[in-house]
Design a protein around this ligand. Sequence first.
Ligand SMILES: NC(=O)c1ccc[n+]([C@@H]2O[C@H](COP(=O)([O-])OP(=O)(O)OC[C@H]3O[C@@H](n4cnc5c(N)ncnc54)[C@H](O)[C@@H]3O)[C@@H](O)[C@H]2O)c1
Length: 266
Amino acid sequence: MAEATDDGRVVVVTGAASGIGHACVRRFAAAGDQVIVVDVNAIAGETVAAEIVEAGGNASFEPLDVTDRVAVVTLAARIDAAYGPAGVLINSAGILQKLERLADFPDEISDQVWAVNYFGTYNCCKHFGLRMADRGAGAIINIASLSSYRTMPLLAYGPSKTAIVSLTGTLAVELGVKGVRVNAVAPGMVLTPAQEKNFQQGLRDRRAMESSAPLNRMVMPAEIADGVFFLASDQASAVAGVTLPIDCGWLASECWPILGGIPHQG
Ligand SMILES: NC(=O)c1ccc[n+]([C@@H]2O[C@H](COP(=O)([O-])OP(=O)(O)OC[C@H]3O[C@@H](n4cnc5c(N)ncnc54)[C@H](O)[C@@H]3O)[C@@H](O)[C@H]2O)c1
């Protein structure tokens, strides 16, 4: 492990047992930060924390279902007491959904997607954010999506991610006046275990995802973690309230199919 940061912060990452959250804890631990791996999946979370410690980093696992408000309040207090105040919160806990039409989309699934993706993020922003505000310092990074900006056949997932952009802006003001910076990243199509499972089950077309971006590939989880790391760093000390797309150029090229498509090489 190398590249120590200025202060060796306590960095709390929800959804850290897999995918983007996993890449984030690896990125911050490699920079010398103390990472708290938070996830509802205890076996995978313990494994990720152990892997980081094995590599010479400083990591602990804390179980949490982000939809459980009482548990979020309890964990925020526990982390303060056990590890010291959280300097960075990354909200990566989230669930995807199947492509379903309105008439067939079960209300329970809609509720569940909103509960984890939006209210889970809100709960953690609120209870870790208020503690940061009391201390007058901190950085929060939420995980939005391209579906925050453009509609997709994702009836609950898309709107829940649009709401995260709005929440990020609102909290950037509400908590910004107290010295807490709140930002988000909007990942493009990221090659995570969740997406790989979708490919295996025939629920998503990998080649279509790759060729829909000018860079002709999917985004790697470590590339999202680099963006998150920047937003949490002193290099972003004047950045607040933004949602940064990290998408291999997908948003920029969205209208090109109307005029012949993206001119990929070869
Ligand atoms: N993979 C992509 O292409 C992509 C694109 C845009 C946005 N995102 C977003 O990035 C975030 C991470 O996605 P990922 O692809 O890494 O998924 P993932 O499934 O690999 O990881 C998500 C993690 O969240 C955890 N989790 C789920 N529900 C939870 C809960 N209630 N409480 C605590 N933890 C919970 C899971 O156990 C898992 O470890 C999500 O918010 C997702 O919407 C992903």
